[in-house]
Design a protein around this ligand. Structure first.
Ligand code: SF4
Length: 468
């Protein structure tokens, strides 16, 4: 899925979170580096909050990290920081919604960054507003902050735990209070969160690629329903009372996470490679070359090539210097934009039967444009192979999906999709093939709701909001 190509709603990972507690390090710089490694998870805004235990400073801005922090980074030399990169799904793309959120409460101050989306957000917010809470943003994450602030529990840990018992849905959190860093993963473990060790402290991050970026040693993934607290005495673990069936997002492996990350013990790159091998077994296409849609289709295309014996070639070259700002307003210019961002390699395509590997198809418009590009470069046949099953249902756990009627696989048969995107053949990876490709039996403990519509939490509030 090459979602940057066109100015249309596609799938976006909406957040990356990072937290650091250190005895001596300059935590602002380390937090910046960690967040930078998570930039793929959100490009609309970024923020960092830092404390020295007495004071707190926060810097936030819109855009990529380099844009958001151009005016300034937090100025104090602290021992603890939390950071966030965001693509908005709940709440608009405005500065008021940029995280981390920071508030004062009876226990001092609290700063919080959230990855995920709550499925009882409206009910929670209504309850808090009725109790007199004032909101400064339209983000569901601010409700979590308010729940903690109004909690009557005696300790900060108990305030956080009792607040989280009241919310449902997807949340991985990093929370900074005066002298400690807290990380939480919801009982379903929808979104990733891992713990790493520094020489003189600890970090929490959405993905292990961020640990690598700051030279932290991977300690472990935060467990479903677990809260880890880092302070001067080390790492302490607590658990929510609420228990749930583990439902980690399988799309982290298909598309969202960086391929060099390892999530819950499973390599993202290896999973994608195995998805490609499985695709080749399920769909032994009569073709000459295997071409990935860069970048997320590359590992699966290498796997497809290894299994099928067909040569892997670069058929589409991505212009890495065209940023988000290169989005033009009208349709004619948008088409030109596609060609500015991806250009076919005629030498690898002319006269060839091509297997095109992409990670998913959402609306189908991008696939149609890519296939047309390949044909114009001389490909005689284009077989579209997708390393995930058809997406037939929206996600309510923090991924920005089109509404259901805009999902091409929800409203069209495979033959209709073939016609609409102009392919000579179409094959989606089977659900079983997908789950078996995500190693170590993890596949069985994944959320697959966007393929099946069997949501692991009550989503009636989300359905009502969508008018269903
Ligand atoms: S519905 Fe799909 S995208 Fe959303 S959490 Fe589940 S698997 Fe991930």
């Amino acid at each position: 899925m090459y979602d940057e190509i066109i100015n249309e709603p596609q799938w976006h990972e909406e957040c990356g979170i990072f937290g650091i507690w250190s005895k001596t390090a300059s935590v602002t710089d380390v937090c910046y580096l960690g967040l930078f490694a998570l930039q793929h998870r959100g490009q609309e805004s970024a923020g960092i909050a830092v404390t020295d235990g007495m004071h707190v400073d926060i810097a936030k801005g819109m855009g990529l990290m380099t844009e958001a922090f151009r005016p300034r980074l937090p100025g104090i030399t602290g021992h603890c920081a939390v950071g966030h990169v965001r693509y908005s799904t709940v709440g608009g793309s405005v500065l008021a919604n940029v995280q981390p959120f920071l508030a004062s409460f009876s226990g001092g101050f609290i700063s919080l960054a959230h990855n995920g989306s709550l499925t009882n957000a409206q009910e929670t917010r209504r309850r808090l507003e009725n109790a007199g809470c004032i909101f400064q943003s339209s983000s569901d994450s601010e409700s979590i902050l308010n729940l903690i602030a109004v909690s009557q529990a005696p300790t900060v840990e108990e305030k956080i735990l009792s607040s989280l018992e009241q919310i449902e849905g997807a949340y991985s959190l990093v929370i900074m209070t005066g002298d400690r860093l807290t990380g939480v993963r919801d009982p379903h473990a929808f979104r990733p969160l891992c713990l790493g060790r520094l020489e003189d402290g600890y970090v929490l991050a959405s993905e292990t690629c961020a640990l690598d970026a700051v030279n932290a040693t991977f300690v472990r993934d935060v467990l479903p329903g677990e809260m880890v607290v880092v302070d001067r005495t080390g790492v302490h673990s607590y658990f929510l009372q609420k228990k749930a069936r583990r439902s980690s997002c399988v799309f982290e492996y298909i598309y969202f996470a960086r391929p060099d990350s390892v999530i819950d013990g499973v390599s993202v790159w290896q999973s994608r490679y195995l998805m490609g091998r499985r695709l080749a077994r399920e769909y032994p296409a009569a073709a000459d070359v295997v071409v990935p849609v860069p970048d997320t289709g590359i590992a699966a295309a290498i796997g497809f090539s290894a299994e099928s014996g067909l040569p892997f070639v670069e058929g589409l070259i991505k212009n890495r210097y065209v940023g988000r700002t290169f989005i033009l307003p009208d349709q004619t210019k948008r088409k030109a934009t596609v060609e500015m961002k991806l250009n076919p390699v005629q030498a690898n395509l002319a006269g060839k039967r091509v297997v095109l590997i992409d990670d998913s198809i959402v609306r189908g418009t991008t696939s149609a444009r890519l296939i047309a590009l390949l044909r114009r470069a001389g490909a005689t046949e284009v077989h579209m192979c997708v390393s995930s099953p058809p997406i037939t249902h929206p996600c309510y756990y923090g991924i920005d999906t089109s509404i259901r009627r805009e999902l091409i696989a929800a409203v069209s048969t495979e033959e209709e999709i073939c016609r609409k995107i102009g392919t000579d053949g179409l094959h989606y990876l089977s659900l079983q093939g997908l789950l078996e490709s995500v190693g170590d039996g993890m596949g069985e403990r994944m959320c697959t709701s966007c393929f099946r519509g069997d949501y692991p939490t009550d989503v009636s509030e989300c359905l009502a909001e969508a008018g269903i």
